[in-house]
Design a protein around this ligand. Structure first.
Ligand SMILES: [Cu+2]
Length: 146
């Protein structure tokens, strides 16, 4: 019974489960939103993927689709953002390397996470949900600057 009581308590007190903002969307709607976000903040391209540099506090849109993450995000260390994740086609998994962060990315759902990068460098996004023949090449990038 103690363990049973600890489970919900740990969700609020444990600090390891971010309470995200979950909303409904459609793949088309989320793609349009992502494209608008890219148009607004694009600063370059990397291997055909747009690189965006939004200001601190901005809403970030990251779309997973077979087999890429779009766009590449350039963020500031210590600034807070809301990261919106969704998929265009099937279920994918967002895993941030080398940090211990894992989220399901599901089509039709917009999962908003409050994020604040606490180290600078080059972070890789890896898909951790098997999604077909291109699964192993499905990597994305988040660049964090000082
Ligand atoms: Cu995938």
């Amino acid at each position: 019974m103690i363990m049973f009581a600890i489970m919900p308590l740990w969700h609020w007190k444990g600090g390891q489960n971010p309470s995200g903002i979950r909303g409904r969307t459609t793949p088309q709607e989320f793609r349009q939103r992502t494209e608008r976000f890219i148009q607004e903040y694009q600063v370059g391209t990397e291997k055909g993927i747009p690189v965006v540099q939004p200001p601190p506090g901005a809403d970030l849109y990251l779309e997973a689709s077979m087999w890429s993450w779009r766009p590449v995000l350039k963020l500031k260390k210590g600034a807070s953002y809301t990261l919106h994740l969704s998929s265009f086609d099937i279920n994918h998994g967002f895993s941030l390397y080398p940090m211990n962060l894992n989220f399901q990315v599901v089509p039709g759902y917009d999962y908003g996470l409050k994020v604040m990068p606490n180290r600078s460098g080059d972070l890789r996004i890896i898909c951790n949900e098997f999604c077909g023949v291109g699964h192993h090449i499905m990597t994305g990038k988040i660049l964090v600057e000082e």
